[in-house]
Design a protein around this ligand. Structure first.
Ligand SMILES: Nc1ncnc2c1ncn2[C@@H]1O[C@H](COP(=O)(O)OP(=O)(O)OP(=O)(O)O)[C@@H](O)[C@H]1O
Ligand SMILES: [Mg+2]
Length: 267
């Protein structure tokens, strides 16, 4: 299933990730091979604990692979890069900074002038519906609002690559659909490369041009399902037969895999 082309923006090459827990070595990823093309939108689904976040963290340069490597633009990833924006599964905001300052953070690092920063921050705060909370601290926000703040922070620096780990997980259904449409719209305009982890089969099919289905114990790629639906996609596409068929196919391969049965750590 591996497509090796020279245009890969992100390349997982025999990636193996072990974690040592006490006396035991746990294999979180057992040889992952995947090429993601420049400008592609790929979603990753799979049972809890199958290594989705581990895969994303490896691409973000936050792990030291046990074997193999991740290449970005043909260079091995050795640490975090300003080219890559990450939205973590647990919204990692700076608790001592206001919403505005959190979103502004990456722009300050990039030395964007103050006036320009203000325009960019205002734009993204509005996009995620947090304008009124610009001066609030993270502890004053709900879970969904914190997540929207983390999304605004990642979008604001306009990275070439977006790594998103269940970014819409804590959002209510309506906001979630709004954020999905927003993300697709921006992606169509700017063609960032997106690697998006989700538990939601609907979301995986709606957004992606390919869905990567993972299996657990050990974590590995189980199936790659191309989503041959045209962009731009509007909410209506969810009512089509093609969509229903793809959704059923992804559902089947996520929930009817042997390793997913009888697991005690599902959620
Ligand atoms: N830093 C770590 N130290 C030890 N074990 C880890 C570490 N990170 C992940 N693991 C283990 O690796 C496995 C994969 O974890 P990971 O977080 O990648 O799963 P996931 O697919 O993202 O799950 P979920 O859907 O619940 O978020 C899990 O069994 C987890 O316990
Ligand atoms: Mg995870």
């Amino acid at each position: 299933m591996t497509i090796h082309t020279d245009t890969a923006m992100i390349r997982f090459q025999d990636l193996r990730q072990e974690f040592v827990l006490g006396n035991e070595t746990f294999t979180a990823l057992d040889g992952v091979n995947l090429d993601i093309a420049d400008g592609e939108f790929v979603t990753v689904v799979g049972p809890s604990g199958c290594g989705k976040s581990t895969m994303l963290n490896a691409a973000a340069g936050l792990l030291d692979p046990t074997g193999g490597q991740v290449l970005v633009d043909n260079r091995p990833v050795t640490g975090p890069s300003p080219r890559t924006g990450v939205i973590f599964q647990q919204y990692a905001l700076f608790p001592w900074l206001t919403v505005r300052k959190n979103v502004e953070f990456g722009l300050e690092l990039k030395k964007v002038p103050a006036a320009e920063r203000r325009v960019i921050v205002d734009h993204y705060l509005e996009l995620v519906g947090l304008t009124r909370f610009a001066e609030a601290l993270p502890k004053e926000l709900s879970g969904g609002m914190k997540q929207r703040c983390a999304i605004a922070r990642a979008y604001a620096v306009n990275p070439e690559i977006l790594l998103m780990d269940e970014p819409f997980g804590a959002l209510d259904a309506l906001t979630r659909v709004h954020m999905q449409e927003q993300l697709l719209e921006t992606w169509l305009k700017e063609r960032r490369t997106v690697l998006f982890v989700t538990h939601d089969v609907d979301e995986a099919v709606y957004l992606a041009s390919r869905v990567i289905v993972m299996a657990a114990r050990p974590g590995r790629i189980h199936k790659v399902i191309p989503v041959d639906l045209p962009y731009p996609r509007t909410a209506d596409i969810r009512l089509t037969d093609e969509y229903a068929k793809l959704r059923a196919e992804v559902w089947e391969s996520v929930y009817h895999q042997p390793a997913a049965h009888g697991a005690d750590d599902q959620h």
